[in-house]
Write a protein that binds this ligand. Structure first.
Ligand code: ASP
Ligand code: MG
Length: 408
């Protein structure tokens, strides 16, 4: 007996049948003797559809109104799920983010949770109710409705699990767990039994969409026991915890990839201490997210390359162009159609040569590496987009992540 937080994503609540199915999963947990708090996303592609709808009316919508609009998606699901639970004879109550006490900072579109006032939820739990909370939303000090960023329902669930000191937080989704890489692209991809918080955080940040990065951060900081599992199948999913199991103790645990990356190179600035800060504080001021940075110097002139998401490229180029006189560069070059392929694994910390092996594999596959960045437990490379899947497949094979090798 304890408290369990269950989270169901968009596809898991995408239709009335799916909501029935979710209601059954909730009831099972309750019948096992647990208190249950359920967090849900908007049904199916609702959030995307609302975004498109807004664009028909306003190309450049204000973030406040977008939050007002997008939070309606989750509000539909909480009421429908509560109705389904009530129809099955269970006492359920739905709560929006603000009713659930989800306080956030004063930022629209990507707010961080600052505090959760759990009094109301705890009262309902005491009354033996199933509490259904809208994911992805919160409220500011000034009673403004906010959202936590796309995919943020995961974060709602983990933050609630931390605040309520839940026994575990189960993230129910349309896949059976966290995979070595995306099974839609790589046939040999397999489900991991467990993965560490740090590895999961890297993978989530590197484009593996299965969990919201901030949810993993929360889970790590508050040691929330997390499991990613299927809402349709009964099999166990992937456990995310401090240290992953030995049985899965591979050098590389997962491979993430992301396309639509562009590389920008600023050529011919003086090589002095002002070069890097002047470029990057300018970009930061315009909220342009820069990823990998490489600087090279030849005869006192510098070439600074960095990667951005392709959707940010035009803006990046205009910001640089507008400051050409100030920055005093000679020219700016760019290249589109790139991807980022990254290998992640805690085993790298104590095993040198992983990056070298990665580069050899890519060379053997005739994949040119355009940029590199590393952390203690990951190596990221930027490659041409058309080589992305080939690179992932080769790395998956070399680092022994494919199905057949497991258990050997
Ligand atoms: N409905 C929101 C989204 O689509 C939040 C979530 O699903 O986690 O991004
Ligand atoms: Mg999600």
């Amino acid at each position: 007996m304890g408290l369990v937080v269950q989270k169901f994503g968009g596809t898991s609540v995408g239709s009335s049948e799916r909501i029935q199915n979710v209601a059954n999963r909730v009831i099972e947990e309750k019948a096992a003797g647990n208190d249950v708090v359920v967090v849900v996303s908007a049904m199916g592609k609702t959030t995307d559809e609302l975004v498109s709808l807004s664009k028909e009316l306003n190309e450049n919508p204000s973030k406040r109104e977008m939050d007002m609009l997008l939070t309606t998606g989750e509000q539909i699901t909480i009421s429908l799920l509560s109705l389904a639970l009530q129809a099955k004879g269970h006492d359920a109550v739905s709560l929006t983010g603000w009713q659930a006490g989800m306080k956030t900072e004063e930022v629209h579109g990507n707010a961080r949770i600052t505090n959760i006032e759990t009094v109301r939820i705890k009262q309902y739990l005491k009354e033996n109710k199933i509490v259904v909370v809208a994911g992805f939303q919160g409220i500011t000090e000034n009673n403004e409705i906010t959202t936590l960023g796309r995919g943020g329902s995961d974060t709602t669930a983990v933050a609630l699990a931390a605040a309520l000191e839940a026994e575990k937080c189960d993230i129910y989704t349309d896949v059976t767990g966290v995979y070595t890489t995306d099974p839609r692209y790589v046939k040999g991809a397999r489900k991991l039994n467990s993965i560490s918080y740090d590895e999961m955080l890297e993978l989530a940040n590197l484009g593996a969409g299965v969990l919201h990065p901030r949810a993993v951060e929360f889970a790590k900081n508050y040691e929330v026991k997390l499991e990613v599992r299927s809402s349709l199948e009964k099999e166990r999913g992937t456990i995310i915890k401090e240290e992953a199991e030995m049985e899965d103790n591979l050098l590389v645990r997962g491979i993430a990839f992301e396309d639509n990356i562009s590389r920008v190179t600023v050529i011919g600035m003086e090589d002095d201490i002002y070069t890097l800060p002047s470029i990057f504080s300018l970009l930061a001021k315009h909220h342009i997210n820069v990823d990998i940075i490489v600087q090279s110097v030849t005869s006192a002139k510098s070439a600074v390359s960095f990667s951005v998401k392709t959707e940010e490229l035009q803006r990046t180029l205009s910001v640089l162009e507008a400051q050409k006189r100030n920055l005093q560069y000679e020219e700016v070059e760019h290249e589109n159609g790139l991807s980022k392929v990254s290998i992640v694994g805690s085993g790298m910390v104590s095993n040198p040569g992983v990056a070298a092996k990665m580069f050899e594999v890519l060379q053997d596959s005739k994949v040119q590496v355009k940029m590199v960045s590393t952390s203690e437990i990951k190596v990221s490379t930027v490659v041409v987009q058309k080589d992305m899947v080939k690179a992932v497949e080769a790395l998956h094979e070399t680092f022994e992540l494919t199905n057949e090798r497991v258990g050997k």
